[in-house]
Design a protein around this ligand. Structure first.
Ligand SMILES: [Zn+2]
Length: 247
């Protein structure tokens, strides 16, 4: 199949040569797909104006060896609300950064694609930007098998109770106050409310639910997801440092 068609979302657009764009897409069937879009930077180009990051649509490609060329595209959603709002754009680009660091070529992952699309639709339509990002991180980690059961103390295996002091180390081990002396890593405190919220976001899709979340709960949640994500990606995120703070 030298010519083929796939749905996709643009993650990155880079200039290439004099008139070309080099695009990175997430496709449900092909994972990361990198393709050249020839002459798209010319003013007369029909494709050029449609090739912005976050745009979702159907892409026709031509394959030659391991190189892909974009021949046509039909964009279905440009997410205009996200693009017109600086804060939402930063959230969108942070999600792209996470995906660019975690996805690989030729890896079918329908679930991850649907997660990305649903996350953008949610960012477009809801005010809960921060929660949307945290839910995305947890579901991405779960999809990659990097989200463990955090409902118990790692040492004594006790299920958390509402008044527990909970501690987390740099690789994501959680421990209770009684087991604190067993963990020799640097510890940070987190809360029962944040752990409960993290478990909820790992299990349920919250698109239709209006959650009432305290800023401290979101702050502690961000600590937990940050630790697991840094360990999974083996690096820190640049984009996230410029996002608005939650508390
Ligand atoms: Zn314990």
């Amino acid at each position: 199949m030298r010519y083929f068609s796939t749905s996709g979302i643009i993650l990155r657009k880079q200039n290439s040569g004099e008139n070309d764009f080099f695009l990175t897409l997430l496709s449900p069937e092909h994972g990361r797909l990198q393709a050249t879009s020839r002459s798209s930077r010319k003013i007369t180009s029909l494709k050029g104006p449609h090739l912005d990051p976050l745009n979702y649509g159907t892409f026709q490609l031509y394959r030659s060896g391991d190189r892909y060329t974009l021949t046509e595209c039909q964009i279905e959603n440009t997410f205009p609300v996200i693009k017109a709002d600086l804060e939402k754009s930063l959230y969108g680009l942070t999600i792209c950064e996470i995906l660019l660091k975690s996805i690989q070529d030729n890896q079918e992952n329908q679930e991850l694609f649907q997660l990305f699309l649903r996350t953008l639709e949610r960012l477009e339509s809801s005010d809960q930007n921060h929660l949307t990002l945290e839910e995305f991180k947890i579901k991405l980690l779960k999809n990659s098998g990097s989200w463990p059961d955090i409902g118990v103390c790692n040492y004594c295996q006790q299920r958390w109770q509402a008044d527990d002091d909970i501690w987390i180390d740099r690789i994501g081990n959680l421990n209770c106050l009684d087991c604190r002396h067993l963990n020799h890593d640097k510890l940070d405190s987190t809360s029962f409310d944040a752990v409960k919220l993290a478990n909820f976001l790992a299990e349920y899709t919250t698109d239709q639910i209006k959650l009432n979340i305290k800023p401290t709960q979101l702050f502690d949640l961000q600590k937990i997801t940050g630790i697991f994500l840094t360990n999974y990606l083996h690096c820190e995120l640049k984009g996230e440092k410029i996002l608005p703070s939650v508390s």
